[in-house]
Design a protein. Structure first.
Ligand SMILES: *Cc1c(COP(=O)(O)O)cnc(C)c1O
Ligand SMILES: [Zn+2]
Length: 425
């Protein structure tokens, strides 16, 4: 623990690990805290396996780069998170004319999204601190991640979600046994209420970016990507952006790897938003460092954020890696999610498909090249937005159990396709 402290991303003030809980008081919304690591004492310059990397099939293989007490292992084994597959999506790559396109499949985390990494670390810290109740605002996935981790460890869990949270996400929350506060209003409203309520009742607050462990937990996804590529940085990593905390978390992991001497350069971070929820893109476009809250109304509920909670650091991260922020037309998101699923076998919630939708524009504007090695971070499972999946899918017709009935069914669907002509016909 003596290897760690906090540094404010705005005013550079430093704090001891246990001396501050959430944010620095230097600005009205609170300067976001970033973990400061003593890389020398952690073994910088030596191979990962010789220093911090542990042989465990979860995000906790990197726990020595996280400020957790080693003896406190219950939450780590209660619901293992991370060590998700990274693989080449060759069919998708070919369709888009890209030589080396990889998917980091974060939907395979236990509650179905990348948010599990943040909640796992927050819950481990909550247990270490002796907290009994954890609360969070969320558009749905952070809440599910927290609710799942709390179900596995026995902590009490309250989640604040917007009134228009998809039904399948609400069902998931209820199933884990969380107390669900469905707030009249949007995600930004839920954030305000959850902060006030956590202060009022003294709950441990997991809120994205406000709790500094959220980005630090997510950094394990970046470390895994590098390890899975043999400690060679990809050229670019693409990620959907709402609050900007996933982007910041990935940046944190890449920065750690660079500082430890495991890679030679940072990948470019490319953040993608819907043009119907583009607060961060607009700040980027203006060339500014400050985000002006906007209206957010995208079908991609996980990135429907008007007042990004990690905007300042996200803009810094994109700038520092020579990356870019871009948008996709709102109307393209759902069709792209369906197309992506049919090219990969990966069922995507709408937010997770914006990166794919952005690839043609990124190519056209020369932010990426066809021969580059790129990773798209697949952030959330399609079953979380069942309404959207169902709305775009034809309802299967019931077929009588005879070959004659099947023959006319197949003729209707596949007419003259050679694969569907009977052997004797
Ligand atoms: C949370 C989330 C995002 C966006 O992450 P931010 O940290 O809010 O930028 C993208 N996709 C999915 C599926 C998410 O759950
Ligand atoms: Zn500060």
């Amino acid at each position: 623990m003596e290897h760690f402290g906090w540094v404010c991303s705005r005013c550079s003030a430093t704090f001891g690990l246990a001396d501050i809980r959430y944010t620095c008081g230097c600005c009205p919304h609170g300067g976001r805290l970033t973990l400061a690591l003593d890389y020398q004492r952690l073994g910088a310059g030596h191979a990962p396996g010789d220093t911090v990397l542990l042989d465990e099939p979860s995000m906790w293989r990197y726990r020595r780069l996280l400020p957790v007490t080693e003896s406190l292992s219950t939450s780590w084994v209660a619901l293992p998170v991370g060590w998700t597959p990274l693989y080449r999506a060759d069919k998708l790559g070919k369709q888009l004319g890209l030589a080396e396109l990889f998917i980091k499949n974060e939907a395979l985390n236990p509650t179905g999204s990348l948010k599990d990494r943040a909640s796992a670390l927050v819950v481990a810290k909550a247990m270490e601190l002796g907290e009994r109740t954890v609360a969070t605002a969320s558009s749905g996935n952070a809440a599910a991640a927290l609710a799942g981790l709390c179900a596995a460890t026995g902590l009490r869990c309250l989640v604040f979600v917007p009134e228009r949270t998809p039904a399948s996400k609400l069902a998931q929350l209820a199933a884990y046994g969380a107390t669900v506060v469905r707030v009249r209003g949007d995600y930004d409203t839920a954030v305000e209420l959850s902060l006030a309520a956590s202060a009022e009742w003294g709950w441990y607050c997991r809120n994205t970016a406000v709790n500094p462990y959220t980005a630090e937990g997510k950094k394990t996804a970046a470390l895994e990507i590098l390890e899975q590529l043999g400690w060679k940085s990809p050229d670019a990593v693409l990620v959907p952006v709402g609050d900007g905390n996933i982007l910041v978390g990935l940046y944190r992991g890449f920065v750690d790897a660079l500082a430890m001497g495991w890679i030679n350069q940072l990948p470019r971070l490319i953040g993608v938003q819907s043009d119907a929820a583009a607060a961060l893109y607009e700040a980027w476009h203006r060339g500014g460092t400050e985000v002006v809250p906007t209206r957010a109304a995208t079908v991609a509920d996980s990135i429907s954020v008007g007042n990004p909670q990690d905007g300042y650091r996200a803009l810094q991260a994109v700038r520092d890696t020579n990356g870019v922020l871009t948008t996709v037309p709102e109307s393209e998101i759902v069709p792209t999610a369906r197309w992506f699923t049919q090219q990969t076998g990966v069922l995507a919630e709408p937010a997770s498909a914006v990166t794919v939708a952005a690839l043609p524009r990124l190519l056209r504007e020369r932010h990426i090249r066809r021969d580059e090695r790129m990773v798209i971070v697949h952030t959330g499972h399609g079953l979380k937005t069942l309404d959207v999946v169902m709305a775009g899918s034809p309802r299967a017709r019931v077929v009588e159990p005879t070959l004659d009935a099947l023959r006319s069914f197949i003729t209707d669907h596949h007419g003259g396709e050679p694969a569907f002509v009977p052997a004797n016909g």
